[in-house]
Design a protein around this ligand. Structure first.
Ligand code: HEM
Length: 300
């Protein structure tokens, strides 16, 4: 096992050196000149906006989300507490192996993408250099598995993620999470909160991939986009950076919420995405519409 961990670290090290050593026109010294050359005169002049946001706000907002969202959940946990369902009763097989693998790949990707994203944001604090460059490369490398699974994940859960009338009622009582009571709540396989995460993870995830790719590949000419928007290459990059950050706030906030819900607020829910089984009691209370449907089908 140790052998594989070392091999993995060595591979990452090599990848970092390979990226760092590339000195082509695109990646090397010509980079900035190339970017500046792309139709400056038609530019949207996003420079001042980008500089202001980048210097004054982005890092602080990320830090605020990273501390604020868990703090709110900590208070929720202390005051309301978790919802605990018996784990010895009947279970329903809700996520097949394909669902679980796709989801696990996304989960592992995010567990690398998010911390490395923070190292990039606070690159100055970490003293720059190899450590931050390694984080930047890992951030890019782990985007690849997420890119592979994002469309399969979108498709496999699309039907369950479409909003319906149950969701309005769910929002009105905030899913019952502000009460200790275990009253059946209207929801299908996914409740409105889960659906919200689905859309942010999928559409937000794709936006992050595209805006990230723009920044990663820096000066590849995109004639179509230039013609369509009239934006210069440097402004396309500034727009990509702004979008990447703003969408990043939403993805981060909902990711923390998703992990809190599945690991803490609903005790043991995380097992469902490892074993595939959800507790009957949990379905009965938190997804009563789905429960009724399964019961009608004789599943319980
Ligand atoms: C450590 C990370 C993660 C954990 C512990 C986790 C846990 C879970 C669990 C337990 C479920 C099943 C919920 C249920 O019982 O119905 C679930 C569903 C889901 N997960 Fe994750 N997940 C993680 C990361 C991710 C990532 C990175 C994404 C996408 C980018 C993602 C997207 C989804 C979606 C779309 C669903 C279905 C809808 C929902 O439950 O919100 N998850 N996750």
């Amino acid at each position: 096992m140790k052998k594989y961990v070392y091999m993995f670290i060595a591979l990452l090290g090599l990848a970092t050196v390979a990226f760092g050593a590339t000195d082509s026109q695109i990646w090397g010294e010509m980079r900035i000149q190339n970017i500046l050359g792309y139709g400056q005169e038609e530019s949207w002049k996003l420079g001042p906006l980008f500089t202001m946001l980048q210097h004054k706000y982005f890092a602080w907002i990320f830090l605020g989300v990273l501390i604020g969202v868990p703090a709110a959940f900590f208070i929720h946990y202390k005051i309301i507490g978790p919802k605990v369902f018996p784990h010895s009763e009947k279970k329903y097989y809700a996520f097949n192996l394909y669902n679980r693998i796709i989801h696990q790949v996304a989960a592992v990707s995010f567990l690398v993408i998010i911390p490395t994203g923070f190292i990039i944001i606070f690159g100055d604090f970490f003293g720059g250099g190899t450590f931050v460059r390694m984080a930047k490369n890992l951030h890019g490398i782990f985007t690849i598995p997420f890119t592979i699974v994002v469309i399969p994940m979108a498709l496999m859960w699309l039907k369950e993620a479409l909003f319906n009338m149950d969701d309005i009622k769910w929002f009105m009582i905030l899913g019952g999470y502000l009460s200790k009571e275990k009253k059946p709540i209207l929801a299908g396989k996914f409740n409105a909160g889960q659906k919200m995460w689905y859309w942010v993870a999928i559409l937000g995830g794709i936006t992050m991939i595209l805006s990230g790719a723009f920044m990663y590949f820096l000066d590849f000419k995109m004639e179509m986009l230039h013609n369509l928007t009239g934006m210069s290459q440097i402004d396309l990059l500034r727009a990509a950076a702004i979008i990447h950050n703003v969408m990043g706030f939403a993805v981060l906030a909902l990711f923390i919420t998703h992990v809190y819900m599945s690991m803490f607020a609903i005790k043991g829910a995380v097992h469902s995405i490892i074993t595939g089984y959800v507790e009957e009691e949990e379905i009965k209370i938190l997804h009563s519409t789905w429960y009724k449907k399964l019961k009608d089908q004789g599943k319980f």
